[in-house]
Write a protein that binds this ligand. Structure first.
Ligand code: AMP
Ligand code: MG
Length: 438
């Protein structure tokens, strides 16, 4: 077991054992944001034929080699080709075809000029400039070559990828199922929506972790379900954890992971059959934590409707061999900001692996700090702040409040600057930062 490890070490220990969820088929129009589970190989060249990028005229470049303003060349129009139609005849010396954007360039022709650069009538087109062979002709396969991989398993379906899949006739791609994350809170002091904060209940607080974690899950592209509050009751927390492992694809539990009298989450995790891989992290905020894995059977769907959108067949992930899957369980600090640093530093990459994404680690950028940070501590620290993604060297606005109970400074943050142990940093110093939203 890793004790007080570097957060990267804890994260990587989980990444080493966690696999993507099963796959299913989704209708392309509903697949935006989903993670593709198949490589898509181009079956055809795109375009499949030489194509005109303009409304204009196709002809033999040789015919206009000498053309100039004082030496116009007039060609006879022998064909008319709208997009989607095939040419009716071959282009011979001294002739041209009138064609539309996207129409096939006819045999014999090897150049196109847009109509604006010609003088034309119904019967003839006059050209006053030379055209190089191949000019304004889109060649077959110029966009996509037959046999090339146009889309990779593990990439998220964005606008460009959706169009690329459609271009290949893939209207029902194989995607990873959207993982469902079970969220559990602990702490006898927590109040739920609808309960009165005070005056009758001094010392009580609203449960905020649950909402932060569920929002972070949706932003990451996962579903989430709140399973309840275990108070500080080990039996109740254990039962919630067992339910979570049985019904969800990952579990986030916050609070009770420190060494206080009522901190019973790690013991409850063990009682629930969760193998703990790491206890405590050398990270501020987020020092308290218990990270482990549970295991359950993979649920298979029927194979009858294989290939149809929606329900379809759920196929087990190729990596899972024995019909069981590993459920990551993240026992996060109760302090709201510490809870969320644990989420972003350790849980999010592991959830991304579960989603099927190939790139699971946050991009690292160099940043210049906009504020002194002079609190020297022996532990690595993550500073919430905001960078301007448009800048070449990122100036990072380090937010003022960095305490592990302060959640307000996570609102609007889009990066964590990494403050190495035993260092102080001044404004204009450079540091490394990782992005939260990627
Ligand atoms: P714990 O890790 O359980 O000792 O909690 C540390 C601090 O975080 C305590 O002040 C708790 O009241 C607070 N806390 C724990 N869980 C939550 C939660 N779900 N929402 C808001 N604050 C919490
Ligand atoms: Mg507690």
């Amino acid at each position: 077991m890793i004790e007080r490890g570097d957060y990267r070490q804890v994260r990587d220990a989980l990444l080493a054992v966690v696999k993507p969820v099963e796959t299913e088929y989704a209708a392309l129009e509903q697949a935006a944001g989903r993670v593709l589970a198949q490589d898509v190989i181009a079956q055809e060249d795109i375009p499949a034929f030489a194509r005109s990028p303009y409304d204009g005229y196709a002809f033999r470049a040789e015919d206009v080699a000498e053309a100039a303003a004082d030496n116009p060349v007039t060609l006879r129009i022998i064909d008319y080709i709208p997009a989607g139609e095939m040419p009716h005849t071959k282009i011979l010396p001294g002739t041209a075809a009138h064609l539309m954007t996207g129409a096939p360039v006819p045999e014999g022709a090897n150049a196109v000029l847009p109509f604006e650069r010609t003088v034309f009538s119904k019967e003839t087109v006059t050209i006053r400039e030379p055209a190089a062979p191949g000019s304004n002709v889109i060649l077959p396969g110029e966009d996509v070559r037959r046999g090339s991989v146009v889309a990779h398993r593990g990439s998220r379906i964005d606008a460009g990828l959706a169009g690329t899949l459609a271009g290949q006739g893939v209207f029902c791609p194989e995607v990873f199922r959207v993982p469902c994350v079970g969220v559990i809170s602990t702490g006898a002091e927590l109040l739920e929506e609808g309960e009165e904060l005070s005056p009758g209940r001094p010392g009580r607080i609203y449960d905020s972790n649950r909402y932060s974690l569920q929002a972070a899950c949706s932003q990451a592209g996962c579903r989430s379900v709140f399973l309840g509050t275990g108070k500080d009751d080990p039996g109740r927390i254990c039962a919630l954890l067992q339910e979570a492992v049985r019904t969800c694809d990952a579990v986030l539990v916050s609070g009770g992971v420190s060494v206080g009298d009522f901190d019973c989450t790690p013991a409850a995790m063990e009682r629930a059959g969760i193998r703990i891989l790491a206890r405590g992290v050398a990270l501020k905020p987020g020092m308290a934590g218990a990270y482990g894995t549970g295991s359950r059977k993979i649920k298979y769907g029927g194979l009858r409707d294989a290939g149809k959108p929606g329900i379809c067949s759920k196929t087990p992930c190729r990596e899972e061999k024995d019909g069981r899957c590993t459920i990551p369980v993240f026992g996060l600090s109760g302090n709201p900001a510490a809870c969320m640093t644990g989420f972003y530093a350790i849980a999010l990459p592991v959830l991304r692996r579960r989603m099927g994404l190939t790139d699971v680690l946050p991009p690292l950028v160099r940043v210049r700090l906009g504020r002194n940070y002079t609190k020297k501590r022996p532990t690595e620290r993550l500073l919430r702040g905001r960078i301007d993604p448009g800048a070449v060297i990122q100036d990072m606005d380090i937010f003022e409040k960095q305490g592990n109970q302060v959640l307000s400074s996570l609102a609007g943050a889009n990066a964590f600057a990494i403050l190495p142990p035993d260092t102080v940093l001044s404004a204009t110093d450079e540091a490394e930062a990782f992005l939260i939203d990627f």
